[in-house]
Design a protein around this ligand. Structure first.
Ligand code: G3P
Length: 218
């Protein structure tokens, strides 16, 4: 399973990249605003900076909601760097735009997926990735992981190339369950990725190994 980091924070992106297990980055307008990145040119520059840190797909989201606007914005984003993936909202105008981008070889990430039907039409339009939002489904007492399983089954039935990019991942168990269910990608906060490494028996075992080494060598 590929690991993407879900942030626009450069320090976190560098830290995750330095671990050597990072495959890409996702951002959205809320994550950009959280880092204080505002203004069209600053936002474009920030995407290029991220692309220069991580050698993998970097999702950059359009803010237009009409076909012509999405296409105009998406083509400008795609021209920034070879690794840019144009992130398009799951609306009918977005589906038309994804079909257009797909015919031109521009990679897309269809975002704000909350149902299997949405995932099905995004795949038919040729989306490179689709982003089901697990945490936000859990937030409304629905089961985000059930949606991943349902989409996996549908995509496998028809050998769709579209990759399932689990998003709105909140904690390490989300990542593990996504891996069990065959999600192609999980985009995660840095904290959740780092939490995968933790185990108290690893800590106590290492402390004992080091203490025994010291005893034997003192
Ligand atoms: O990947 C989508 C993500 O940024 C949304 O996460 O926690 O706001 O639902 P959250």
């Amino acid at each position: 399973m590929k690991f993407f980091i879900d942030t626009a924070n450069l320090a976190e992106i560098k830290e995750a990249n330095d671990l050597g297990i990072l495959d890409g980055v996702t951002t959205n307008p809320s994550l950009m605003a959280k880092e204080g990145i505002t203004g069209a040119q600053n936002i474009l520059d920030h995407y290029v900076t991220i692309c220069n840190i991580v050698d993998g797909p970097v999702s950059a989201e359009v803010i237009s909601t009409d076909f012509e606007g999405i296409v105009r914005e998406g083509e400008a984003l795609a021209a920034l760097h070879k690794n840019i993936v144009v992130k398009v909202p799951m609306i009918l105008e977005g589906i038309k735009a994804i079909k257009h981008f797909s015919s031109k070889g521009i990679k897309t990430n269809c975002t704000l997926i909350f149902s299997a039907g949405q995932a099905l039409i995004a795949a038919k339009a040729g989306a490179t990735f689709i982003s089901p939002f697990l945490g936000r489904l859990d937030d409304i007492s629905s089961n985000g992981l059930d949606l991943i399983a349902q989409i996996r089954g549908i995509y496998d039935n028809y050998a769709f190339d579209t990759e399932i990019l689990a998003a709105s991942v909140r904690h390490p168990m989300h990542i593990i369950h996504c891996a069990e269910l065959g999600s192609d990608v999980a985009t995660c906060p840095l904290k959740a990725i780092k939490a995968l490494a933790n185990h108290p028996l690893t800590d106590s075992g290492l402390a004992k190994f080091l203490a025994d080494y010291e005893k034997g060598n003192s």
